[in-house]
Unconditional design. Structure first.
Length: 609
């Protein structure tokens, strides 16, 4: 079985060897056993069920939550010569009938379907007929974390997928996810009846992603534009908290000359679909979106994911940033956040309709993300630690490792801040309390007589920006909290007592100074290509132009032709015949036959130019 798997891996997928635990997973499922797989985005999860599907008799059923994911996966497999199809709402009656006919006739290797369709009596009956006829190779349950009510993408239909084992107990199952902490993993196993399945847990580390967290510059986009200046001409995703914020940020990026498109659930479905199509099929398009965009997006050459607002949880952050650099090439995860984000999210959680247990869990996950943001140590260590994984030493690829932050003794400043919150009645937000601390005469100060307080002007030596940082970190540390019944006013928690009494010292991180606008860096070379020679870069760009034109002709995303990583390898190797081209990772037999001569011609044209 292993030799057959390696041969398929080489001839169909164009890879000479497996990565990590792929070989063991393929062997397990191909041998008819169940598996629960936790593997980071870009780690090669799809191969773990696609290869067994080709090794076993019958058709594999892949349960996938989103139409976009199905269509991308199917188109990519067809490019490899694999017989794959999907059943979803984009097909008309004739299209559905044709797919069902191929399925029952044994003419498919993989069939993708949403859980909602799978659970219908009609489809279950179809599975019965297939099982009695050409056979069902396996059931693959993708995005398995959707089964967990404690997860961030709960889909109630996933709970009913136990029917697969109950109705067809002899068919192996493989459940896969990139994002699940320990409790979620246990719930996946319990809800899907996979307690006896063999578990495979790969490292959650994405070493090619650089993590950076910066202080938010109010509601503006200056910091974001500084960041995007390093990624001109690259594809990326910018996540914002609300629909209105999405529209505003997208408009500001467009005004700055960036090819930016908004995406959120409030838009017309046709416009949303067009924006997604442009992002998937084009190069250099930036999508500004709510979290409605992303799960199931299979675009491998996303060079950055930026968050202009704080996500809701560390799992959500990990999954969203994981959409960058799926091809293994350098990518960036950039996050800006401020005190307002923390206050707003805490208020939303506390005001929500969820039960107390759910609220406590959501607050704990938010606190974990705040700890990640305010960490003075390696970001990667903090992120992986949440998933129970240790990372030895500094990673060397996050802002804290590359530019270690300065720290300062914030004990006295914290006592001033906490005392001022108390003396102003715990009825105001940070802005007003800072005005009192700095002795700034405002109408609100005069209205409430706060110029007569003992804390009036005691913090005048610290600038507003530093006080904002103090309050942000006090909230992150749990010494202050937002009172949702008083529109986010800050109030002391029990943990503030020891600080006020002088029994606890605090060390704060010093926020990095904003660079002057004139020093913004504008990348003249794609950062992921900067180590290539001029000739190699020219070959890569020529191949990318050819790929874009070929993709347009076929009306498919460019990356299903070849990934950027494959084009880079071709540009570096500069093969001069088909045999040499066949040695490049990512080029299987079908793609060599389909595109080999065109690729070689592009390389010849570069040499002649």
């Amino acid at each position: 079985m292993q030799q057959a798997a390696l041969e398929l891996l080489r001839t169909t997928f164009g890879h000479e060897g497996f990565r990590g635990e792929q070989a063991e997973i393929v062997d397990c499922v191909a041998g008819g056993n169940d598996a629960l797989v936790l593997m980071p985005t870009g780690g090669g999860k799809s191969l773990c069920y696609q290869l067994p599907a080709l090794l076993r008799g019958g058709c594999a059923i892949v349960v996938s939550p989103l139409i976009a994911l199905m269509q991308d996966q199917v188109e990519g497999l067809r490019q490899l010569g694999v017989k794959a199809a999907f059943l979803n709402s984009t097909l008309d009656a004739a299209g559905v009938a044709a797919v069902e006919r191929d399925f029952l006739g044994g003419d498919l290797d993989l069939l993708y379907v949403a859980p909602e369709r799978l659970l219908t009596p009609r489809f279950l009956s179809l599975l019965d007929r297939a099982h009695a006829g050409p056979g069902i190779a396996l059931f693959a349950i993708d995005e398995a974390h959707c089964v967990s009510q404690w997860g961030h993408d709960f889909r109630p239909e996933y709970r009913q997928l136990t029917v697969l084992h109950e109705r067809w107990p002899g068919v192996p199952r493989i459940a896969l996810t990139a994002t699940a902490d320990a409790p979620t993993r246990e719930e996946i196993a319990e809800r899907l009846g996979l307690q006896d399945a063999r578990r495979f847990t790969s490292s959650f580390d994405r070493p090619n992603i650089r993590y950076t967290v910066v202080q938010k510059d109010g509601g503006g986009t200056r910091a974001l534009l500084d960041f995007l200046a390093r990624h001109r001409g690259q594809s990326g995703i910018v996540y914002a908290f609300s629909r209105r914020r999405v529209e505003s940020v997208a408009e500001q990026l467009q005004q700055a000359g960036i090819d930016a498109l908004p995406y959120h659930a409030g838009m017309e479905a046709q416009v949303r679909a067009e924006h997604q199509r442009r992002f998937l099929q084009g190069d250099g398009v930036v999508v500004v979106a709510t979290i409605a965009f992303g799960m199931g997006i299979d675009k491998p050459d996303v060079r950055f994911v930026a968050h202009v607002d704080l996500p809701k949880s560390i799992e959500g952050y990990y999954q969203e940033t994981g959409r960058a650099g799926r091809d293994g090439m350098p990518a960036e995860a950039w996050l800006s956040y401020g005190l307002g984000d923390v206050v707003n999210l805490r208020m939303l959680i506390n005001q929500g309709e969820a039960g107390d247990e759910r609220k406590r869990l959501e607050l704990r996950k938010l606190d974990a993300l705040l700890g990640f943001c305010e960490s003075t140590g390696c970001r990667r260590q903090a992120l992986l630690g949440w998933f129970g994984e240790e990372h030895a030493g500094a990673c060397g690829n996050c802002d804290n490792c590359l530019h270690p932050p300065e720290c300062w003794d914030g004990t006295e400043a914290a006592r001033m801040a906490l005392s001022c919150v108390y003396r102003t009645g715990q009825r105001f937000g940070a802005g007003h309390v800072i005005d009192v601390l700095r002795g700034t005469p405002t109408d609100k100060v005069a209205q409430h007589g706060h110029q007569s307080l003992s804390t009036w002007g005691i913090g005048a030596e610290l600038p507003v920006r530093q006080w904002s940082s103090v309050f942000r970190q006090l909230v992150a540390l749990g010494l202050l909290e937002a009172d949702h019944e008083r529109h986010g006013a800050l109030r002391l928690t029990q943990a503030a007592g020891p600080v006020l009494r002088g029994e606890r010292e605090l060390t704060f991180r010093k926020d990095a100074a904003r660079p002057p606008r004139a020093t913004r860096q504008r990348a003249s070379v794609d950062a992921s290509l900067e180590d290539l020679s001029l000739e190699e870069r020219q070959r890569f760009e020529a191949l990318r132009r050819w790929r874009a034109e070929t993709a347009r002709e076929q009306n498919v995303p460019a990356y299903v032709i070849f990934h950027d990583a494959t084009l880079r390898s071709i540009a570096e190797a500069a093969p001069d015949d088909l045999d040499a081209l066949a040695q490049v990772p990512g080029i299987g037999t079908v793609k060599l036959e389909r595109y080999g001569e065109d690729v070689l011609q592009q390389l010849l044209d570069c040499e002649a130019a």
